[in-house]
Write a protein that binds this ligand. Sequence first.
Ligand SMILES: C[S@@+](CC[C@H](N)C(=O)[O-])C[C@H]1O[C@@H](n2cnc3c(N)ncnc32)[C@H](O)[C@@H]1O
Length: 256
Amino acid sequence: MVSGTVRSYDSIRSGFMTVFGPGTYGDSFADVYDQWYGQITDAEATADFVSHRCLDGPVLELGVGTGRLAVPLVERGHEVIGLDASMPMLSQCPQAVVRVLGDMAALPFAEQAHGVALCAFNTLFNLASEQAQQEFFHQVTHMLAPGAPLIIEAFTGTGLDQSEPSSLGVSRIAADRLVLAATIVDSSAQTITGQHVDISEAGITLRPWRIRWTTPDQLDELASNAGLHLVERYASWDQQEFDPDGDLAISVYASR
Ligand SMILES: C[S@@+](CC[C@H](N)C(=O)[O-])C[C@H]1O[C@@H](n2cnc3c(N)ncnc32)[C@H](O)[C@@H]1O
């Protein structure tokens, strides 16, 4: 791996726009990601949490995006390997991060001893099937040094309004721009398929996405199947006590 270059894996590029593929979310949101989500969670608190739990070896961030969390980790002295399926996202990630283009359900690495793996801000849910999420756990487990943790930040699903299968709302509004958010929820498959419809004088941009949410108990089961067990769980990056009825779970897994 060479810092400053982006390694390419052609197999992940197929299907965009006709079906949802690994790059769909990132390709659709890359041009607005930092503007819309740059401050969405506390990146410094995240970096402190991850840094304190990192054993010897580089940090592996799955779904690194534009480097919002990876850069503060580099600033804390870590080598950070940032994997992402979207070239438009990765191209905005600073070169201080070792950037790798690839699918986090089909990791393009030989076995490596990473000091910690991080999958933050609901990124795991971009793998929109149980099978793909299970594959993620199996593969990431093999990328960890003995005892090194896998840290996952994801919403719990308890706050989801599943009373209506579809919804249309206003996501953002400005004098010269309107962003509508349309979603369809499939409760039995635990999937949400969405479109952010971005309307301005320049035209209409479609920003499609699809996720599969997984409850904390289901996450624990996927982890257990891969030989990991839950070590810690919090409601926030500053380590507030986890509330099973709350919205967020920050879960730390390690091998038995
Ligand atoms: C919600 S963003 C999070 C970015 C960054 N971790 C942050 O917190 O700002 C999700 C990122 O995961 C990437 N992603 C989605 N599916 C992926 C997959 N199957 N493999 C690798 N990256 C993926 C997207 O391209 C996007 O950059």
